[in-house]
Design a protein around this ligand. Structure first.
Ligand code: NDP
Length: 383
């Protein structure tokens, strides 16, 4: 069995850390040959000193000296956005893990596809904004797009290539920290409360998205593009324990589910070793200690993100990119205490309503819509 040579973009983040852990756990199957981050030079250097990849990249060129000073060996160093695309195309890489928060991963992902590298995608935002392009380009280059998002990795495992026999894809959602909170008091929610996810430990943006349920909305569109299943077949169920990571109901009424503890090392490993399953040190489920697995319908009226995402996914074109970009700006404003929690939905909806979607957009049209939505969202944020 071949050892996969992997480049990790977003190495200093939560997914990046898990990927480094997986590489240490299954060294005979995964070798890290490139690590990239945005501006955290110290953390990137520490990760590189431990994993010893042949190349590293820091996008922020002003921090390169800090990186150089902290490295204990002499890897090839890239910088800037061009550097990110170069490290995503390293000649001897087999796979590029896209774990950059937000939309900045799109261009390096396309560069990796262009260079013939398989993708492992954690950054759902890039599939939401440009799913059609990513799928088309990957098809043209005959490269694989393997899902790392736990729900999509679960669906991928359940599907096992049988997408045409699917009746429904059922995405599970923990419901976030406000699953049972009355909607009347959403207005008083603080960033600190929203950042306390009940079952997952993740970066700040996705944690806020989990509290608004925009994360699940983005995942509905991600599932549509990854598996070629129409939006109307993609459903959401609240599952507070985060043990069932998602389910597929097939034409004959049978449902398959994938279960494990909520640790991103599981889906990262499967994306790297697929189609093989190899032993690791991760804890298997202890069913004696799992007292219950619950499932509830979402509170659609109180968490409008799901309906907004369905509208965006069904309309298609540039609308998903607009929803995603407006959400990104508004989440940052919420974390900066410039807007209140329910305004995240309101601002995203108002930007979506003003947008005239362009069907089958090319990359320029998508990036223009993304930019437009950011400006529109910023214009209504106070301060
Ligand atoms: P984090 O905020 O923890 O980490 C983000 C990473 O992206 C950091 O390494 C950061 O570098 C890097 N980065 C940010 N902006 C840029 C940029 N412009 N160019 C290059 N690198 C950049 O995020 P997460 O790890 O939580 O999430 C990453 C992606 O994975 C997101 O799309 C998220 O939706 C998805 N995901 C995350 C899950 C999780 O459990 N965390 C689960 C499923 C999906 P620096 O530190 O230098 O700023």
């Amino acid at each position: 069995m071949k050892r996969k040579r992997v480049v990790v973009l977003g190495a200093t983040g939560s997914i990046g850390e898990s990927a480094l852990k997986v590489a240490r756990d299954i060294p005979e199957r995964m070798e890290i040959i490139g690590l990239a981050a945005n501006r955290n030079a110290e953390k990137l250097a520490a990760a590189a000193n431990r994993a010893r990849p042949e190349s590293v990249c820091l996008v922020d060129e002003t921090k390169i000296d800090i990186l150089r000073g902290a490295l204990e060996y002499k890897p090839q160093i890239f910088s800037g956005e061009d550097g990110l695309r170069e490290i995503a195309s390293l000649a001897n890489a087999d796979m590029v893990l896209i774990a950059i928060v937000g939309t900045a991963g799109l261009r390096p992902a396309l560069a990796a596809i262009d260079a013939g590298k398989d993708l492992a995608v954690a950054s759902k935002e890039i599939l939401v904004m440009a799913g059609e392009i990513v799928r088309r380009e990957a098809g043209a280059k005959n490269v694989r797009v393997l899902p790392v998002d736990s729900e999509h990795n679960a669906i991928f495992q359940c599907l096992d290539g049988r997408a045409s026999e699917v009746r429904r894809i059922i995405l599970t959602a923990s419901g976030g920290p406000f699953r049972e909170m009355p909607a009347e008091i959403f207005v008083d929610v603080t960033p600190e409360q929203a950042l306390k996810h009940p079952t997952w430990n993740m970066g700040p943006k996705i944690t806020i998205d989990s509290a608004t349920l925009f994360n699940k909305g983005l995942e509905m569109i991600e599932a549509h593009w990854l598996f070629g299943v129409e939006m109307k077949r993609v459903e959401v169920v609240i599952h507070p324990q985060s043990i069932v990571h998602s389910m597929v109901e097939f034409a004959d009424g049978s449902t398959l589910a994938q279960l494990s503890y909520s640790d991103m090392c599981f889906p990262i490993q499967y994306a790297v070793t697929w189609p093989d399953r190899v032993p690791n040190t991760l804890p298997p489920l202890d069913f004696g200690k799992l007292s219950k697995l619950e499932f509830f319908p979402p509170r659609y009226d109180d968490f409008p993100a799901l309906d907004l995402a369905r509208r965006a996914g069904e309309t298609g074109g540039t609308l998903p990119a607009v929803m995603n970009a407006a959400n990104e700006i508004t989440v940052a404003a919420f974390l900066d205490r410039q807007v209140r929690f329910p305004q995240i939905w309101q601002i995203v909806e108002s930007v979506m309503e003003r947008h005239r979607s362009v069907a089958h957009p090319d990359l320029d049209a998508i990036l223009a819509a993304d930019q437009w939505a950011r400006e529109q969202a910023r214009a209504v944020i106070p301060g």
